[in-house]
Design a protein around this ligand. Structure first.
Ligand code: PLP
Length: 478
């Protein structure tokens, strides 16, 4: 199967696009057409069998895929891979955080990492994967690529910009092919440092001399979206198996959104035939997506990034929207919109394009004070603790008032965001996650055991660099 380029560039075979996802047009590789699948026939499939069925329809099968799907076997023992928890018969939460780093990024990065490992091994190609993270992508990428042959990973994070738990998840990662640097500055500084490096001719020559090509595991890589189709289907089938809905009943999926990869996976599932009435996407104070889906205007010209309690959603340029535009309106129109975004920092859909968008999507935003109150409210009502990202989805449920059965996609464990949790439940500010966890423990609230053990581990990667020093350090390490 070939993937199309969203901006009309040349097509690439799927595996090639996974290994080399950067397109010369600066577009993204994506599905050319979306196949119709028979999910009703998958009711007895295991998670891995379902994943294999969907991947096969997109042209990916064989030993390499089987090996990649084995990664799911290591997801936490006491839970299924992506369990559905029914708060009421028609309100479900799908927990996507039972992978090694407690956020939903593991759902895709675990198998994708294994695929990249197989590709590197088979082709004798060496990859340097560079990742800039605001907190969740970094740990998940490191965990997915640790110890693989022919792959090295450099991860940059803002030294003062992540939670303690997130920082420790990176700093304690012990494998010879991983390097983690804190940088002086914020996430934008880390990301632009990385972009500058990738565009730097001298750096690229040196990489070539050492035999490396650049590998990409961020949302540019279609492999991320591919594995994010599966759990949406799984959640629906779990619900049918629970006998609270029948196959064919229409549901709503509510997705806390940032780069729009998770919601795009739901869109593909819908187009493949899963009975989804609407996908509700939720933004935080960075409500560019909410504005886009409600008005057809994508406008970042007057915006600057706000820091919120749901940091993984602190995004203005939501990269996967480009794949949605391509799927709905084709490459010419996508290219036009993306050019406008580059030049004018905005683009506007026509009235009929907006209507098409709204056939599939609804959009809501949730501010920080609401996020805190929904954590508290859901805990009081259901004795169920959610993280700040998931909390935004509960705001959406209330705003959307309509009788559709709804599944909230829960994207992280609260244990990653103890300080915010403590603020929400106890109205208490704390110095760091450690102190917050102690306060919560006094109330009988304990985090997943891996969080506790993480706080005991000695950090290995403790270097903090100034931006101009980064290139030199990476070269020296390679
Ligand atoms: C990455 C992330 C999101 C946003 O997901 P997108 O696919 O980028 O829209 C939401 N919540 C958490 C916890 C995340 O790590």
């Amino acid at each position: 199967m070939f993937l199309a380029d969203t901006r009309g560039g040349r097509e690439l075979p799927l595996l090639k696009a996974l290994a080399h996802p950067a397109s010369p047009t600066r577009g993204l590789y994506t599905l050319k057409t979306i196949p119709k699948l028979d999910f009703a026939a998958c009711l007895n499939h295991s998670y891995q069998e379902l994943a294999a069925y969907i991947c096969a329809a997109l042209g990916l099968s064989g030993d390499m895929l089987q090996h990649a799907l084995e990664r799911y076997n290591s997801f936490s023992q006491t839970h299924a891979i992506a369990p559905l928890r029914l708060l009421t018969p028609h309100l479900a939460v799908q927990e996507l955080y039972h992978g090694p780093t407690l956020a939903f990024k593991d759902m895709a990065l675990q198998p994708l990492g294994a695929l990249l490992g197989s590709l590197a091994k088979d082709s004798q190609e060496k990859f340097l994967v560079l990742v800039a993270t605001s907190g969740d992508t970094g740990p998940a990428t490191l965990a997915s690529l640790a110890g693989l042959e022919n792959i090295k990973v450099v991860c940059l994070y803002p030294a003062k910009g992540t939670s303690l738990v997130q920082a420790l998840q990176m700093q304690t990662m012990d494998a010879p092919n991983l390097k983690v640097y804190g940088i002086e500055g914020n996430f934008d500084d880390a990301q632009s440092a990385l972009k500058n490096l990738l565009g730097d001719a001298k750096f690229n020559v040196q990489l070539k001399e050492k035999g490396f090509s650049v590998g990409v595991a961020n949302s540019v890589n279609f492999g991320r979206v591919l594995f994010q189709i599966v759990y949406h289907v799984w959640g629906y089938l779990e619900w049918v198996r629970s006998q609270n809905i029948k196959y064919g009943d229409l549901i709503r999926i509510v997705v806390p959104s940032g780069n729009f990869g998770n919601a795009l996976g739901a869109f593909y599932a819908k187009e493949m035939g899963l009975p989804i009435a609407k996908i509700a996407i939720v933004s935080n104070a960075n409500d560019v997506l909410e504005e886009f889906f409600n008005t057809g205007v994508y406008d970042i010209s007057h915006r600057s990034l706000q820091k919120t309690y749901a940091p993984a959603m602190d995004i203005l340029k939501s990269s996967n929207v480009e794949r949605l535009l391509f799927a709905l309106f084709g490459s010419e129109r996508t290219k036009e919109c993306m050019q406008n975004l580059d030049i004018h920092k905005r683009y506007t859909l026509s009235a009929s394009e907006l209507e098409t968008l709204q056939e599939h999507f609804q959009a809501i935003s949730c501010m920080d004070h609401e996020c805190l109150s929904y954590i508290k409210q859901v805990y009081a009502e259901f004795d169920y603790l959610i993280d700040p990202h998931t909390a935004t989805a509960f705001k959406a449920l209330d705003s959307l008032k309509s009788p559709l059965p709804s599944v909230v996609v829960s994207t992280a464990s609260w244990g990653k965001f103890a300080q915010t949790t403590c603020l929400a439940l106890e109205n208490k500010s704390t110095a760091d996650d450690q102190e917050a966890l102690e306060v919560l423990a006094q109330k009988g609230i304990t985090p997943p055991s891996c969080v506790t053990s993480l706080l005991q581990k000695p950090p290995i990667h403790i270097e903090v660099l100034k931006v101009p020093e980064i290139a030199r350090h990476i070269q020296a390490w390679l």
